[in-house]
Structures are given as structure tokens and as C-alpha cells.
Ligand binder design. Structure first.
Ligand code: ADP
Ligand code: GLC
Length: 515
């Protein structure tokens, strides 16, 4: 028998994705399965998920959830052996584009009901009311799944361990507290020591309060969220759980993001043979209408959700000066998000035609092309729990220029202010939220690029950096073992040994060189 984990999430690639959470869930499930853990992903049956999951079969009879009737369907993630359970309700089916907001960017008014349905569906699995085997551990992710630990406790299922991973504390799922009875939450859990948050019912606080273990995705962010500056009002609740709070750092899927074997880029390349990167650069220039297609023009990519978190307001302010100060610089922007930011970039593209190419939309091919063709990636953030995008860029030899916050502090080694970057440097980190501070960081990056030997060293460092899933997987297995009952703890211990063994074998391999 294998240990079983039910990973509950609102997003997982390739069924639906609005951000890094979707990448992390699927990569984690794959890595856990490779280590001998029976990981299953459970998520909403959004229209696109129902359409793309393979071999969907009913896994329950019709059930009554807070938001109405629904049922569970069991299938597999397309193209991989990861089982997926979809919660099929009329409300989730109706979400055909963005899963959280309508076309005007307003949050759907029935989010509380929808995600309470997801939590009640997880409860039904744990209670053995469906054909899905009850897990030893439920791993809940972000506010969408925050009610699950409370529901398990409420229904006498404490023997199932619960973990809440916070991928972004800015999103909290705070709703009218009067909804509680409809969501199946009793009065006894609505106090300040329960899920009440400034008079609201908070799904995230529920998870923080009732999960056996709370984790987040980088060491620095785990420290930051205990402070008022980064805790978004949850710092007190988190400080109360401090002894059960820790970081388990994300990995990146090094098969999906591999310049030596990426079907979405113009030509393959690797750290030992960079010729293909020049062709990818030309492809990017053409794709984004940059003129001239100058092989020596430095290209700075920006690829992210267009939100306040990602400092898009500051980027919009700083771009004109960047282009004026660096006459050969070309900028490529791929993003989707708040309407006014999208509009701002389109105006810049109009004004600086040929020097800045903008694509508004969500586009996987362009995301890969952007990393493959750019020399650097501008990734500013007011806060960043982990930050997958700069790591993807690094794999493709694009140096990150990023804010000194959260996971970015841990994953990027700053080149420093002197003209001579330290041996191990992997990027440029900057403090502050002003256009001046951002401009100074871009100036530094371009100065580094202008020195061939510094540039080569940094490219070498970033392309060889190891951010794979081996270490994180072993850490998750250890944490699952700690919160599961003794019988299942033994099972997890075995999985951990297998995972450690795999890691040792992997670590002892010689450096991989491409032909
Ligand atoms: P966050 O989860 O905060 O958005 P991350 O950097 O961790 O930040 O993850 C973002 C993920 O979303 C990456 O996989 C990135 O490639 C992807 N992404 C963001 N915007 C787009 C877009 N417009 N088109 C394609 N992929 C995008
Ligand atoms: C969130 C964070 C991002 C992180 C991702 C995956 O969306 O904003 O920093 O990389 O989750 O954990």
C-alpha cells in the first residue's frame, strides 16, 4: 500500500492556469508519484477542465453541496499518469474563461459558494462517500481550499492530516459572515480564534487556524508574512501558528522548461551550445514586431500577470526613460490582467513602435519564446511568495532583474553595485518601488551585459542553477509523514527513503553535457 495524498487546488496545468500555482501543483503531483506517493489532484470542474481531462468517469452519486447539486468525476491529467478528481457543479461549469473574475474584472458573486462546494467535495472523499479512496493527508492550497481542515475536524476526521500551503497571502477569500450556515460552518468556528477576520468569514484564515501544518513557498516569504508589511492582516493568525508554520520551497518543471528540448521555441540551445539562442532572439523580435531585428540589441522581457503585485504601474512609468537612456534596448511584454495596465502597455507600444512589442493575452508559446529570446527578464514585485518566472528565464539564459522580496531573495544572487559582480552572481536585485530605483537596476543589468566575460559567467551560472523538484518532494513527504497517523507515517517514511535515495543517485551523476 502506498501513502495517499489528496492535493486540493483551484488550478493545475494543463487544465487551467492563471499563475504559478497551476504549474506547481502538477509538477508536485508528478514528483510525488515518482517517489511512490499516490498523489491525486482534486479541483473544480471548470468548463476547460471537463473538456481536457482524460477518461472522466463518475466517482460519486449526485450530492448536495452548499451551492447546489453536484457530483465528482475521476480521470487523469492529459498526457500524464496523475489522477484528477473534478467537482462537477453548474456553477463551476459556468466559469468558461477566468475562474475568479468576470469579463469586466469583477469577482464572481458566488465565489464563496463555489469554493465551499470544493471543500465539501473533499470532505465527502475523506469520509469515504465516493469511489475515490480516502487519503492519509489532504494538502490544501491557497484560500480556495481553506475550509477543508475545519470541515474535517468538524466531522470527526482528525485522523486525516491536513496541510495548508499559502502561495499568495494577498488573496484571502473574505466573505459575508452571514453566509456561514449556508456554507456548513457552525457559530462555534466564527470567533476571532476561528475564521472571523474583521467581521468577515475568511477562507484563508480558516485554513491557517485549523490546518495541522501551514507552509509557504520560500524561506524569506515565511518570515515576511509574520510581519504587518507583508502579512496582509493575517500576521496575528500566523504568529499564533508559528510553531506549525514553515517553508517548503517550490521547484520548477525542468522538462517543460528546457531550452534543449522545448517544442515551443525556434531553435534548441544549451549552456554548452548557445548558438540557438540567437535564432530564438530573432524569432522573438519578429513575433513582437521589434525593429530592427538586430542580433546585438539587448532584449528585456517582461512576462507576468498585470497586477499591482507585479509593480506594473512603476514599469509603465519607467519604460520611456529606459528606452531613452539605452538607445539599442528593445522590450517585449507578455501579460494579462487589470485593464488600465493593459491599456498602458498598448499605448507605449503605439508610442515607441518597433522598440517595445506588447502582447496582451495568455499565451504559452509566447511565454517560452520570451525567455528563449530575451537577454534579461524584468520581474519587479511588491511581494513575491516564490516567483517561478525568473527561474524559467534563468534556464533559458535570460538574467533576472527583480525586486529584493520573498522568494526572489532566496533564488537570485545579486550582482551587486560595483562593476565587478561576484563569482556566483545570477541576477540584479533592487529595493524600492519607484521608477528611479527600477531604472538604476536596469542600468546595472545593461552594464553587466556590456562586459563579455561578466556576462558569460552570469549566463553560465543561471543556466546551471538547480531548481528541480527532488529536494522539495522529499521535504513534502517528510511534512506529510509528520501530520499523518502512525500507520500512514510509516508509509510516508518509506516513500521518503525512496525519494532520498533517488536524490542521492541524481546528485552523484556527473554534470550533464549536451552534444
Ligand atoms: P504568479 O503565480 O504570482 O503569477 P509566478 O512567476 O510564480 O507568479 O508564475 C507565473 C506563471 O504564469 C508562469 O508560469 C508564467 O509563465 C505564467 N504566465 C503569466 N502570465 C502569462 C501570460 N500572459 N502568458 C503565458 N504565461 C503567463
Ligand atoms: C503565487 C505567487 C508566486 C508563486 C506561485 C506558486 O501565485 O504569487 O510567487 O511562485 O504562487 O507557488
Amino acid at each position: 500500500m502506498q501513502p495517499r495524498v489528496l492535493i486540493v487546488t483551484s488550478e493545475a496545468v494543463p487544465l487551467i492556469k492563471t499563475g504559478g500555482l497551476a504549474d506547481v501543483i502538477t509538477a508536485l503531483a508528478l514528483a510525488l508519484r515518482a517517489a511512490g506517493v499516490e498523489a491525486t489532484v482534486m479541483m473544480p470542474g471548470y468548463a476547460t477542465a471537463l473538456e481536457h481531462a482524460w477518461n472522466l468517469q463518475p466517482a460519486s452519486l449526485d450530492m448536495e453541496f452548499p451551492g447546489g447539486p453536484g457530483r465528482l468525476l475521476c480521470g487523469v491529467m492529459p498526457g500524464m499518469g496523475v489522477p484528477v478528481v473534478l467537482v462537477d457543479t453548474a456553477r463551476f461549469r459556468a466559469r468558461t474563461a477566468n475562474p475568479y473574475v468576470d469579463d469586466s474584472g469583477n469577482e464572481f458573486t458566488d465565489n464563496a459558494l463555489c469554493f465551499a462546494d470544493l471543500a465539501h467535495a473533499a470532505l465527502a472523499v475523506c469520509a469515504g462517500k465516493t469511489s475515490v479512496e480516502p487519503p492519509h493527508v489532504v494538502h490544501a492550497n491557497d484560500w480556495h481550499t481553506g475550509l477543508i481542515p475545519a470541515l474535517l475536524k468538524l466531522h470527526g476526521l482528525e485522523h486525516i492530516g491536513t496541510m495548508l500551503t499559502i502561495h499568495n497571502i494577498a488573496f484571502q477569500g473574505n466573505f459575508d459572515i452571514n453566509l456561514a450556515p449556508k456554507l456548513g460552518i457552525p457559530e462555534s468556528m466564527l470567533g476571532a480564534d476561528g475564521m472571523e477576520y474583521w467581521g468577515k468569514l475568511s477562507f484563508l484564515k480558516a485554513g491557517i487556524t485549523y490546518a495541522d501544518r501551514v507552509t509557504t513557498v520560500s524561506e524569506s516569504y515565511a518570515r515576511e508574512i509574520l510581519t504587518p508589511e507583508f502579512g496582509f492582516g493575517m500576521e496575528d493568525a500566523l504568529n499564533l501558528r508559528k510553531k506549525d508554520l514553515s517553508a517548503i520551497v517550490n521547484g520548477i518543471d525542468t522538462e517543460v522548461w528546457d531550452p534543449a528540448d522545448d517544442q515551443l521555441i525556434a531553435r534548441h540551445f544549451s549552456v554548452d551550445c548557445m548558438k540557438g539562442k540567437g535564432i530564438c532572439k530573432r524569432d522573438l523580435q519578429t513575433l513582437f514586431g521589434l525593429i530592427p531585428t538586430d542580433p546585438f540589441a539587448p532584449i528585456m522581457g517582461i512576462g507576468s500577470r498585470m497586477s499591482h503585485q507585479k509593480m506594473v504601474d512603476v514599469v509603465l512609468d519607467a519604460v520611456p526613460a529606459m528606452l531613452e537612456r539605452h538607445s539599442r534596448l528593445q522590450i517585449v511584454v507578455l501579460g494579462k490582467g487589470e485593464h488600465e495596465y493593459e491599456q498602458g502597455f498598448l499605448e507605449l507600444a503605439d508610442h515607441f513602435r518597433g522598440r517595445i512589442g506588447v502582447h496582451i493575452g495568455y499565451d504559452e508559446r509566447r511565454a517560452h519564446a520570451l525567455h528563449a529570446g530575451s537577454d534579461m527578464l524584468l520581474h519587479p514585485s511588491r511581494f513575491e511568495p516564490f516567483g517561478l518566472t525568473p527561474l524559467y528565464a534563468m534556464r533559458y539564459g535570460a538574467m533576472p532583474i527583480a525586486s529584493r522580496v520573498g522568494g526572489l531573495i532566496d533564488s537570485i544572487i545579486d550582482a551587486g553595485k560595483s562593476g565587478d559582480p561576484p563569482q556566483e552572481a545570477t541576477g540584479v536585485l533592487f529595493d524600492g518601488e519607484t521608477a528611479q530605483e527600477m531604472l538604476a537596476a536596469v542600468d546595472r543589468a545593461l552594464e553587466i551585459q556590456s562586459n563579455a566575460s561578466n556576462w558569460q559567467r552570469i549566463q553560465d551560472n543561471i543556466m546551471r542553477a538547480d531548481f528541480g523538484w527532488d529536494g522539495p518532494t522529499a521535504n513534502y513527504i517528510e511534512a506529510y509523514a509528520a501530520i499523518s497517523g502512525t500507520g500512514s507515517k510509516r508509509l510516508f517514511d518509506r516513500a521518503k527513503q525512496a525519494s532520498d535515495h533517488h536524490r542521492q543517485q541524481f546528485d552523484s551523476l556527473p554534470d550533464y553535457h549536451f552534444a
